[in-house]
Design a binder for this molecule. Structure first.
Ligand SMILES: [Fe+2]
Length: 308
């Protein structure tokens, strides 16, 4: 079984209906799908790969190799411990926002990543429009919710991660299993090195590398506003003994003050019991719960922010 790979360019042609249906299936049955011919220039993607790898080598690798985590793993292995570390991830990660500090030393990193973020944000908004159409919502509905009702107010970030070779992959995960908290995530993952898996029908399935594809997955807020039609999906990253997997995940989330609730059109009828639907809540409250419970079951998070 492989994650659906969908040609996004076909939305503009004769095969539009079929493409809409493929994306609906990706959202409803998988929560994960891959887009090819998505409109982000290949030349830019090649530069993103180059500057991210260079940035790791130049500005991150030494710190990672000297980190407490590396010492801890080696100590555990010396003790011949078979107990897996459950509170850490074998990951090097930093986040790019519009207004935070970015790596400074890697030539071309800032310009390339700024251009990439602008392109991937546009793609996110196109994907939202397709979801609006598939869900029967007014055009622009999801974008408006994820912007807190105001234009250009979304919380848009890009996590640049590397999963360096791990000497004892049996002792630690690359990234522990979780669902994503926010709206939608657009992932540009390594061309060759796998390790990302999603949970489908109780089985972990590899999110297979497809060169220059963008992997889409939906977060908890899309699950709420679609009233459970588009469920956020569990995923994890394995640690591997060789290869340094690159993973660049951009998230399009609501601002913390946004109010989130199921789209009224998607709530079956006015008499549907409140308990059967998702709650109405302020996204910042959800994030406070998520910060504590990211790696735990998601339903209690929805319950924790229910105020009705
Ligand atoms: Fe995630």
């Amino acid at each position: 079984m492989a994650i659906p790979v969908i040609d996004f360019s076909k939305l503009n042609g004769k095969e539009k209906a079929q493409s809409l249906a493929q994306i609906a299936n990706g959202c409803e049955e998988w929560g994960f799908f891959q887009l090819i011919n998505h409109g982000i220039p290949e030349e830019l993607l090649e530069k993103v790969k180059k500057v991210s790898t260079e940035c790791y080598k130049l500005e991150r690798e030494e710190n990672f190799n000297n980190s407490k985590l590396v010492k801890l793993i080696n100590e555990l292995a010396e003790k011949k411990s078979s107990e897996k570390l459950e509170h850490v991830d074998w990951e090097d990660v930093f986040t790019l926002l519009d207004d935070n500090e970015w790596p400074l030393k890697t030539p071309g990193f800032r310009e390339t990543m700024a251009e990439y973020r602008s392109e991937v944000k546009k793609l996110a908004e196109k994907v939202m429009e397709v979801m609006d159409e598939n869900l029967g919502l007014p055009e622009g509905y999801i974008k408006k919710v994820l912007n807190g009702g105001e234009s250009d107010n979304a919380f848009f970030g890009t996590k640049v991660s590397h999963y360096p070779p791990c000497p004892h992959p049996e002792l630690v995960n690359g990234l522990r299993a979780h669902t994503d908290a926010g709206g939608i995530v657009l992932l540009f993952q390594d061309d060759k090195i796998g390790g990302l898996q999603m949970l489908k029908d109780g089985h972990w399935i590899d999110v297979q590398p497809v060169p220059n594809a963008i992997v889409i997955n939906t977060g908890d807020q899309i699950e709420v506003l679609s009233n459970g039609r588009y469920k956020s999906c569990w995923h994890r990253v394995l640690s591997l003994s060789d290869g340094n997997r690159r993973s660049i995940a951009s998230f399009y989330n609501p601002p913390l003050k946004a109010t989130i609730y199921p789209a009224p059109k998607l709530v079956e009828n006015e008499n549907q019991q409140v308990d059967e639907t998702y709650p109405k809540f302020v996204f910042g409250d959800y994030m406070s719960v998520y910060a504590e419970q990211k790696f735990l079951p998601k339903e209690p998070r929805f319950q924790a922010v229910r105020t009705l």
